[in-house]
Design a protein around this ligand. Structure first.
Ligand SMILES: O=c1ccn([C@@H]2O[C@H](COP(=O)(O)O)[C@@H](O)[C@H]2O)c(=O)[nH]1
Length: 782
């Protein structure tokens, strides 16, 4: 069982004993345990619990809340059911929790049972700040959660129930051994229902949850066991693949567990499987951003699709060689065959496209360089079958009605009416195809992803997808047209427009002869494959953005640094912007982040008002980063409220706890700066990884430098210190980067992103738009 599944307790919230038993049976051995709560218990009592749990680790979720004597008695009674976890409400107070802890200890000792975790519910995950205010509790939910967690710990409880949003905060405050049992888990594909403080399973695991409690996403699924698989394997974009992250605002923490949690003691009676140590094993690496699935940024996605393809034209040709040969052979054969054999030739042609598209999807999504002779098998077959199925669906849904209607219209002499009928149908065809299109990248990366899932995950992005395809099409049409005209006139070929210029990669059968014609056709084929690669890239990028897919560690390209596979260019942050022209240069040049400094001593400092005015109207393609140095709460509050930055850069000596607190309290992703001069300066990074969303490695201000700033001193450090290092968090490099050294810095350190300030200035604080442009150009070409 994977670590993710072992940490999963499924809530069997039902009054139907048979259903609970069927669910338990379906989930037996697939999850860490089962949770039976008030609904089931009220209907079936302790005997029902025994009958339903059937020896699986049991979380008896009765959330006791009463006077100390009553809760202690209830827990003594509950001990007979041999639960692995029992709970109460922390708001019952100190005396109640202390009595409860004592009762659990005594009762299990008397019975000779293993002692279950006794945990306290802090603030229900169905409550948000507004709900809390209504019951007289003002302030962030996280404050109340932290207060109650500390009290519970003080009373000798093993842990708490908290929402995923407070995991990092509680880990920092209560230590690695304090159990965090986390409901409010919602993969992207599941409805939130009544839950409010939610996140994805991957995020909760990555943040350091000991147990994930999931109910309806599993129990309401047609196949609960399959839902567990999906949930445990649910993925989100990899932070270190620059393009993927460009679409997502903010990143949640991913934590490497500081220490193994202590599992409950083994059951001496041996009747109930104790939770294994793998409960505490670190989750597989994944980087899930919080919140809803991102909207697809149309312009940026198209630009990235072109950029990725054009940066790897050689690889496109490698990927195209076999498909092109196959396609050309079949086209030549098919041209002479016609009828059924011609149809077979078309099927082979589609298969050739599948070979190409699978290779290119994999190039982008998992960084696998294409090969001249790829391994052919299930992937291409699935892709091919999906292509045929989609053609069939679109034909049945749209093509046939269009033909019938246009026949009617033509018969009735309704020429103009024809357009009115056909145009909506064509739009419908595009819409349906776009909604189903995610099955293709999914097939290429071996994801189980059907039409229904594609339909679901494209919801809200369908028209953006269509817009992106149309936008991508314009340059293609222009280039093909140009080639036709130029090629036609150069070669003296008539009727070229009906020749081999189809947008499909295989092109048509050549209708022109002679060596010049062959060269021309070869050129068209190359162009066609390049454009096909753009489309495939576009689809891959959209898939990754909308579904949050991220490769398994086994198939992922290196998490950082230029690996042997294929990669996008280096992302850049231009920091310390204070003028509109510099900001415009950064945005136009493709900076992924723009940094604003809220540190009064800096020559780049801006006020919150200036910053807000400067960044007003910025599109989603660029993220605002607020640089703070040991900020007090009031400053963070002002900056977050006034600017709503996508990232808070903490550039001072903020402790791990403070970083966690800032992130959680202001619900804004944070980037912690690690200042480096020597190898040992990298060590603190590990402690910050659990609580920060990003790391920034900057040069340590030299002690000898008079009036040194916390950063931006035009000083660099030995980039070799970072070479080959892998971090759990996405990271970037800064410190004395300039136009002259950025290439070398990236090459040596393997940085996936860079941050520059003084290197694009003419004097401290005076940004040069020209230098910014040139710097970004360099990064784009790296
Ligand atoms: O704060 C809390 C405490 C407990 N729960 C319980 O967890 C499950 C969640 O079920 P879903 O169907 O996944 O929403 C449910 O049994 C709750 O009683 C919680 O959600 N929040």
């Amino acid at each position: 069982m994977t670590a993710a599944r072992e940490k999963l307790f499924v809530a069997l919230d039902t009054q139907d004993l048979g259903r609970a038993q069927r669910l338990a049976e379906a989930l037996r051995g697939r999850v860490g345990g089962l949770k039976l709560g008030k609904e089931f218990f009220t209907a079936h009592g302790p005997d029902g619990v025994r009958a339903a749990a059937g020896g699986e680790p049991l979380f008896l979720d009765l959330k006791f809340h009463d006077i100390p004597n009553t809760v202690a008695g209830a827990l003594r009674a509950a001990a007979h059911l041999r639960p692995a976890i029992v709970n109460l409400h922390a708001s019952g107070g100190r005396a109640m929790m202390t009595a409860a802890a004592e009762a659990v200890r005594e009762a299990t000792e008397d019975l000779g049972h293993a002692r279950p975790w006794l945990i306290a519910v802090t603030v229900l995950t169905s409550l948000d700040e507004a709900d809390l205010a209504e019951v007289g509790q003002s302030g962030p939910a996280a404050d109340q959660v932290l207060r109650l967690a500390r009290l519970a710990q003080d009373c000798g409880l093993d842990g708490v129930v908290c929402s995923p949003r407070e995991i990092a905060l509680l880990r920092a405050a209560c230590g690695p051994d304090f159990k965090l049992v986390v409901p409010g888990i919602r993969p992207a594909w599941a409805a939130a229902g009544d839950q409010k403080r939610i996140t994805t399973p991957a995020e909760a695991l990555a943040a350091g949850a000991d147990v994930l409690v999931v109910g309806r996403p599993v129990t309401a699924a047609p196949e609960p066991a399959a839902a567990v698989e999906r949930l445990a394997g649910a993925r989100r974009p990899a932070p270190d693949i620059p393009v993927a992250t460009a679409y997502l605002r903010g990143c949640p923490p991913r934590r490497r567990r500081a220490a193994a949690a202590v599992p409950p003691q083994p059951d001496p009676a041996g009747a109930r499987p104790a939770m294994t140590d793998s409960f505490s094993s670190p989750p597989p690496s994944s980087e899930p951003p919080p919140g809803p699935v991102a909207l697809l940024p149309v312009g940026r996605t198209v630009a990235d699709a072109y950029r990725f393809t054009l940066q790897h034209v050689g690889q496109v040709l490698v990927a195209a060689l076999l498909p092109f040969t196959l396609s050309l052979t079949m086209s030549l054969l098919g041209a002479g065959l016609g009828g059924a054999l011609g149809f077979v030739a078309t099927l082979v042609d589609v298969f050739a496209y599948a070979i190409f598209a699978v290779a290119w999807h994999r190039a982008l999504l998992v960084g696998e360089p294409p090969r001249v002779l790829p391994q052919l098998g299930g992937r291409q077959l699935r892709f091919w079958l999906m292509s045929l199925l989609l053609v069939l669906i679109v034909t049945l849904l749209v093509g046939l009605p269009a033909m019938a209607l246009s026949g009617l219209a033509a018969g009735g002499g309704g020429g103009p009416a024809l357009g009115l009928i056909v145009i909506p149908l064509v739009l419908l065809a595009g819409y349906v195809a776009a909604r189903f299109s995610f099955v293709f990248p999914a097939a290429a990366v071996d994801e189980r992803f059907g039409l229904a899932e594609s339909w679901r995950t494209t919801a809200g992005n369908a028209w953006r997808l269509i817009g992106a395809y149309l936008l991508a099409l314009f340059p293609m049409i222009a280039v093909v047209f140009l080639l036709m005209v130029v090629g036609g006139s150069l070669l003296g070929l008539g009727g070229m427009m009906g020749g081999p210029g189809g947008m499909g990669p295989g092109g048509g059968a050549p209708g022109i002869g002679g060596p010049a014609g062959v060269v021309f056709i070869a050129l068209m084929a190359v162009v066609n494959y390049i454009f096909a690669a753009v489309f495939v890239s576009l689809l891959s990028l959209a898939f990754r953005t909308c579904t949050g897919w991220v490769p398994d560690s086994g198939q992922a390209p290196p998490a950082a640094g230029p690996g042997p596979g294929m990669r996008m260019s280096v992302d850049a942050k231009i920091c310390g912007l204070s003028t509109p022209d510099a900001l415009a240069a950064a945005v136009a040049g493709g900076a992924r982040w723009i940094g604003l400094v809220f540190y009064p001593r800096s020559p780049r400092a801006v006020s919150v008002e200036q910053a807000a005015a400067l960044t007003a109207g910025l599109g989603p393609q660029v993220e605002t980063v607020a640089l703070l140095v040991d900020p007090d709460d009031a400053l963070v509050e002002r900056v977050v409220r006034g600017l709503r930055p996508g990232l808070l850069q903490l550039h001072g000596a903020e402790s791990v706890r403070r970083v966690a607190e800032i992130r959680s309290r202001w619900e804004t992703p944070v980037m912690k700066v690690i200042k480096v001069a020597r190898a040992e300066d990298l060590e603190p990074a590990a402690a910050y990884e659990p609580v920060a969303d990003r790391l920034l490695f900057d040069a340590k201000p030299p002690a000898t430098l008079a009036n040194a700033l916390p950063g931006g001193n035009a000083v660099s450090f030995d980039w070799r210190l970072l070479a080959g290092r892998r971090w759990q968090r996405p990271w970037m490099l800064s410190g004395g980067l300039t136009l002259d050294n950025v290439k070398e810095a990236v090459h040596i350190s393997g940085a996936p992103a860079v941050d520059v300030s003084s290197g694009v200035e003419t004097a401290p604080g005076a940004k040069s738009p020209e230098k910014i442009r040139a710097f970004l150009e360099l990064c784009g070409a790296l």
